[in-house]
Design a protein around this ligand. Structure first.
Ligand SMILES: [Zn+2]
Length: 113
C-alpha cells in the first residue's frame, strides 16, 4: 500500500516536471531572438564612420574648422569632429587640436595629409 502510493506520486511529479520544463523552454525560445539584434547593428554602423583608414585628412575631419578634433588615445586613427566614444574600445574620445592629432598620428606611423 505504501509503495504503490509512492509510485503514483513519483509519476505525477515527473509528468508535471516535464510539462513545466517544456513550457519554460518554448517561452524562452519565442522571446529571445527578435529583440536584441537590430539595435546592435544600428549603433555599430553609425559609429564606425569615425575609424579612419589609409591617408587621414584632418582638415576634412575638422568640419566646423575650429581647429579642434576628438581623438582616441588608444586607437589614434579614431578621430571625430564631435565628442563620442571609440567603436573599437569604447573609450571616450579626447579633445585635441588638429596639430596635436596630426603629431599623434605621425608618431604612431599613420599617414596624414
Ligand atoms: Zn579605441
Amino acid at each position: 500500500m505504501k509503495t504503490r502510493l509512492n509510485k503514483t506520486l513519483q509519476i505525477m511529479l515527473l509528468v508535471s516536471g516535464i510539462i513545466v520544463l517544456s513550457i519554460f523552454i518554448s517561452c524562452n525560445q519565442e522571446t529571445k531572438t527578435p529583440d536584441h539584434e537590430p539595435m546592435k547593428m544600428e549603433t555599430e554602423q553609425s559609429n564606425s564612420t569615425i575609424v579612419r583608414e589609409g591617408m587621414i585628412d584632418l582638415m576634412m575631419i575638422d568640419e566646423n574648422k575650429d581647429g579642434m578634433v576628438y581623438q582616441d588615445p588608444m586607437d589614434w586613427n579614431v578621430i571625430s569632429d564631435e565628442p563620442g566614444r571609440c567603436p573599437l574600445c569604447k573609450m571616450e574620445l579626447k579633445e585635441v587640436t588638429v596639430k596635436e592629432a596630426k603629431e599623434n598620428l605621425l608618431k604612431h606611423s599613420y599617414k596624414v595629409k
